[in-house]
Design a protein around this ligand. Sequence first.
Ligand SMILES: *Cc1c(COP(=O)(O)O)cnc(C)c1O
Length: 373
Amino acid sequence: MSEEHLASFETGLITVDLGQIAANWQALARLVATAECSAVVKADAYGLGASRVVPVLATAGCRTFFVATPGEAREVRALAPAASIFVLDGLFPGAATALSELAATPVLASLDEARDWAAHARSLGRTLPAALNLATGLNRLGLSAREVEMLLADTRTLSALDLGLVMSHLASADDPSDPKNEEQRQAFEALRAVLPRARASLAASDGLMLGPRFHYDLVRPGYALYGGQAFRGGPAPVAPVVSVEARVLQVRDVAPGETVGYSATWTASRPSRIAVIAAGYADGFARGASAPAGREGGLVSLGGRLAPVVGRVSMDLITVDVSDVPGGVRRGDLATLVGPGLTLEAVGQRAGTIGYEVLTRLGRRFERRYVGD
Ligand SMILES: *Cc1c(COP(=O)(O)O)cnc(C)c1O
């Protein structure tokens, strides 16, 4: 690609296909058929921009949004006035007034949180909508079986809550052969059986790929909406939505024996052409993609050919061996960092991380362009 579609000041370009995000949501909604498909838009819609993503999903028909924090709930409420909003981090001490004013529902994750929310309900003289997070094996947030028992015995708390949703979260949903999936499903069944009747939700992007037994009343995909394919049992019916490109600043010749980059970790073993590209860890190009670093480093795509990062990734720059790119590489060319041939998963793996982290760390310095709205 050439630099034509990049403004003269810009070092790189993140393109987000909003139409594809809507199409991904619709495809997942069709897949889960009778269950409701919500959207997880925490962390600024996984780094892609909640202010653009939420309205598009709402227009596509999404009525329920999950965020992590009260601040995110406030942002989503302004973007989707009629939506149901659930806060996955639960109820922070002192946050009850703010959440009830936003008509956002905390996903209560402990007996203390349930009691605080109930006390707030009583202070308002009404019941408040509530969701409960049930611990089924992840041991992150959620009420244990013992806490569920204590909650059931606490009628003062229970009677102040309008329990609309019980949920849990799977530890190993990306691996359909892991027995932990079914173990957690059964633990979820056992806990929800003793609670007042409420809608149930167990599956995120990967969980919903485990089949209808995992769908319950509502599924909570995040990553798959943004084109992620973490499930190892086969492709989810979604397509990529994001591409990242950055400018080649110069191409230099490096003689055998010369080194490239900080700490001189890479030495040319042949006469090499090195493209210096305006992307670094400040742009979300993970430093873990440095090479050598005990494994193969990152790749970028230039002229339709994948070329390896050599030496250390620095804050603003990467160095890439383009000796084998046919037709050569020139100053001003655009290198693809995420896009065709470079999935989020592949990029993450080469950097010693996962596609989720690649997505949520995309930097603020590149130009962002939204298409397909
Ligand atoms: C982040 C999150 C999700 C969404 O997970 P994806 O793998 O991105 O689909 C769903 N539920 C909970 C509890 C989460 O924390």
